[in-house]
Design a protein around this ligand. Structure first.
Ligand code: C6P
Length: 406
C-alpha cells in the first residue's frame, strides 16, 4: 500500500493551525493522538442522527444505536483478532481496564503470599492497581528490571517467575522509552509457571498489528485516544473462560439479568462488565478509528513512523548535549531525552513558543525516571501524520532553547 503523508495530514483538521504564530508541529502523540475527520464525523453523525440509549428501547433510534454500538464491538474484535465479541469489554481506557482486572480477577485469585510481577518500565496504571491489591490481600509485588538501554533484563525473568507468581503485567510499547517488549516470549515463560499475563497495549495498537490469539495473552488493554479515536473509551480483552469466572467489577444497569432484593443474576458476557449506560458515541468513534487504521494498513503507517524515529535519533546524536533516555534495539514512536543544563519543563515551554508540542515530565513512569537518575524527560512522539520537516522543526526549536541557555 502506498503512503502519502500529505493526504493523511489533510484528514486531520486540527493540524492545520498556527500556535504562537508558527505552524503547529504536534509531537505529543503518546499522550493522545489527533483525530481524523472519519472519527469526528462518526461521533457527530451518531449524535446528529441516531442518539439513543442501547439495549433498552424498542424504538428505531435505540435499535440503530444498539446496532452501531455492537457493530463497534465486532470491529474491535477483528482489529485485535479476539476469538469472540464476548471477550471485548468497553471501558474508559487502559487505566480502567487494568483496575477492573486487578479488582475482579485479582480479588478472586490473588491471596496472601502470592506474587505479582510487573516490569520497571510500566506506566503507573500498570503498577498502582497491583500495588493496591497486594497491600489489600498481603501479596508481594516483584519487579523485572530494565538495563541501561531501557530493555527488560530478560535473563532475570525465569528467576523472578515462581510457582507463587499469579500474574505478570507488561507494557507492549513503553510510553517513556519507546521500547517494544518481547511479550510473546514473556507470555510463554509466564504460562510455564501457571501465571496469567496482562499486556498493556495503550501505546502499541496505533503502531503495530495486534493478534491476541497469536500472543496467547490472558488480558490485553488499550485506549482509543492513543490510536486516533476519542477519549474516554478503551477495551479490555480477556480470554472468555477468564471473563466467565470473574466476578463483576461494578453493579448497575446492563450488567444484570434479573434483580430481587435477595439475589441478582448477572448478564452474559460481555455485558456482565459493562454497568451503566456506556460511552456509545465513544465506541462508535473508536470503531471508526480502527477502520481508519485498518484501511491504511498499520504496518505501512509504522514504517513511516520508524523512518521519522531513525532520522530524529540521528539528528539527536549529532546535536550535542542531548542524552537519549531509551535506546533499545526495538523501539517505536518515542524519542525521550534530556538536554544538558535545561530542565525538560523549560524545554517544553520554549518549544511550545516555537509551535512544537512535546510532553515534558515523568510520563506517569516515575520508576523509569528513577532508573535513569533524571526527574523528567522531554518526549517527542510520532504518529502517521508527522513529517521529516517536522523533525527538522523540532531540532530547530531545540537549537533555540540551547542558545537561550548557552
Ligand atoms: N500514557 C502518556 O503521555 P489512559 O490514560 O487510561 O488512556 O492510559 C494510561 C496508560 C497506560 N499505559 C501506557 C503505556 C500509557 O502510555 C498510558 C497513558 C500517556 O504517556 C498519559 S500519562
Amino acid at each position: 500500500m502506498s503512503f502519502d503523508v500529505a493526504a493523511i495530514r489533510r484528514e486531520f483538521p486540527v493540524l492545520h493551525q498556527q500556535v504562537h504564530g508558527r505552524d503547529l508541529v504536534y509531537l505529543d502523540n503518546a499522550a493522545t493522538t489527533q483525530k481524523p475527520k472519519a472519527v469526528i464525523d462518526a461521533v457527530s453523525g451518531y449524535y446528529a442522527h441516531d442518539n439513543a440509549n442501547v439495549h433498552r428501547g424498542v424504538h428505531a433510534l435505540s435499535e440503530r444505536a444498539t446496532a452501531a454500538y455492537e457493530g463497534a464491538r465486532e470491529t474491535l474484535r477483528a482489529l485485535l483478532n479476539a476469538a469472540s465479541t464476548r471477550e471485548i469489554v468497553f471501558v474508559r481506557g487502559a487505566t480502567e481496564a487494568i483496575n477492573l482486572v486487578a479488582a475482579s480477577w485479582g480479588g478472586a485469585n490473588i491471596r496472601a503470599g502470592d506474587e505479582v510481577l510487573v516490569t520497571e518500565m510500566e506506566h503507573h496504571s500498570d503498577i498502582v492497581p497491583w500495588q493496591m491489591l497486594c497491600e489489600r490481600v498481603g501479596a508481594v509485588l516483584k519487579v523485572l528490571p530494565i538495563d541501561a538501554r531501557g530493555e527488560l533484563c530478560m535473563e532475570q525473568l525465569d528467576a523472578l517467575l515462581t510457582e507463587r507468581t499469579k500474574l505478570v503485567g507488561v507494557v507492549h510499547l513503553s510510553n517513556a522509552l519507546g521500547t517494544i517488549n518481547p511479550v510473546a516470549e514473556i507470555i510463554a515463560r509466564a504460562h510455564a509457571v501457571g501465571a496469567k499475563v496482562l499486556v498493556d497495549g495503550a501505546q502499541a495498537v496505533a503502531h503495530m498489528r495486534i493478534d491476541v490469539q497469536a500472543l496467547d495473552c490472558d488480558f490485553y488493554v488499550t485506549s482509543a485516544h492513543k490510536m486516533y479515536g476519542p477519549t474516554g473509551i478503551g477495551i479490555l480483552y480477556a480470554k472468555e473462560a477468564l471473563f466467565e469466572a470473574m466476578p463483576p467489577y461494578q453493579g448497575g444497569g446492563d450488567m444484570i439479568r434479573m434483580v430481587t432484593f435477595e439475589k441478582t443474576q448477572y448478564n452474559e458476557l460481555p455485558y456482565k462488565f459493562e454497568a451503566g449506560t456506556p460511552n456509545i458515541a465513544g465506541a462508535i468513534g473508536f470503531a471508526a478509528a480502527a477502520d481508519w487504521l485498518s484501511a491504511r494498513d498499520v504496518d505501512v503507517l509504522a514504517d513511516h513512523e520508524q523512518a521519522l524515529l531513525s532520522y530524529a535519533t540521528e539528528r539527536a546524536s549529532a546535536f550535542g548535549g542531548l542524552r537519549l533516555i531509551g535506546t533499545a534495539a526495538k523501539r517505536a514512536t518515542v524519542l525521550s531525552f534530556t538536554m544538558d543544563g535545561v530542565h525538560p519543563h523549560d524545554l517544553g515551554t520554549i518549544l511550545d513558543r516555537e509551535g512544537v508540542a512535546i510532553r515534558a515530565g515523568h510520563h506517569c513512569a516515575m520508576p523509569v525516571m528513577q532508573h535513569f537518575g533524571v526527574p523528567a524527560t522531554a518526549r517527542a512522539s510520532f504518529a502517521a501524520y508527522n513529517t521529516r520537516d517536522e523533525v527538522d522543526a523540532l531540532f530547530a526549536a531545540l537549537a533555540v532553547a540551547r542558545d537561550m541557555f548557552a
